[in-house]
Design a protein around this ligand. Structure first.
Ligand code: ATP
Ligand code: MG
Length: 224
């Protein structure tokens, strides 16, 4: 599903360039799940952003489902993001003027959906129920706690039934029991629906439930 080789990412710095990813290799099969751990600033979000086509590598190759990302044109990239990818961002980026339910079905706005809007709404409610938010569907983000906003972001990432889920600290602001509920949902997606999962996390309990755990160190991944 994911093949990365010799991935390099540097950012321009005030004096010299900052090297974040430095010849990173990774291979993740379909329906596999991995966790990526590492200290703040080591490049975890940078790696997810590149996998999600939100950022581009300085050099190296990244392919997903057999397609080299650098070869995709803008339209193919946005199609990939809208139809095959679920992204749970570290900053959740919920739309403040929209309700919880509207935020979850927001990916529909990008178009290309075969399913009727009422079926999508039904699935949104069911996802929100799984995440303990059935009483919050008509709330707006400012009326939610941090953990509730995070769970809305998880539901939004799953609404398009993606083949690949990239999650950046998906249990960051959750208490242990809610964290476990998110971990259960991910495990279920992975086991029953063959979804490939790449999760960045500081949560040892969540990391343990992924098939393989990698540490991001000095710009490369080391298998734990
Ligand atoms: N757009 C940018 N321009 C310059 N430097 C950047 C940019 N984005 C990230 N960096 C730098 O790259 C490094 C890696 O950042 P990244 O966000 O990937 O870290 P992270 O591992 O996700 O950290 P955290 O656990 O705190 O979220 C940091 O040192 C950061 O300062
Ligand atoms: Mg980060």
């Amino acid at each position: 599903m994911i093949e990365i080789s010799e991935l390099v990412k540097t950012y321009p710095g005030p004096a010299e360039d900052i090297s974040v990813l430095d010849g990173l290799d990774l291979s993740v099969g379909k329906a596999e799940s991995i966790a990526i751990v590492g200290p703040s600033g080591c490049g975890k979000t940078t790696l997810l952003n590149i996998l999600g086509t939100l950022d581009v590598p300085t050099s190296g190759s990244v392919s997903i489902a057999g397609k080299e990302l650098s070869q995709l044109d803008a339209e193919e990239r946005s199609k990939f993001r809208n139809r095959s990818l679920g992204f749970v961002f570290q900053q959740h980026f919920l739309l403040p003027q929209c309700t919880v339910e509207e935020n979850v079905i927001m990916p529909r706005l990008a178009g290309g959906w075969e399913e009727s809007e009422s079926d999508t709404r039904e699935r949104a409610i069911s996802l929100l129920r799984d995440l303990g938010l059935e009483e919050r569907v008509a709330h707006r983000p400012y009326q939610l706690s941090g953990g509730e906003r995070l769970r809305v972001a998880v539901a939004r990432a799953l609404i398009n039934q993606p083949a690949l889920v990239l999650a950046d600290e998906p249990t960051g602001s959750l208490d242990p029991s809610m964290g476990e509920q998110v971990a259960d949902l991910f495990a279920q997606l992975n086991d029953q629906h063959g979804v490939t999962l790449v999760t960045v996390t500081h949560n040892a309990a969540l990391a343990e439930r992924m098939g393989v755990v990698y540490a991001l160190e000095k710009g490369k991944l080391q298998r734990r």
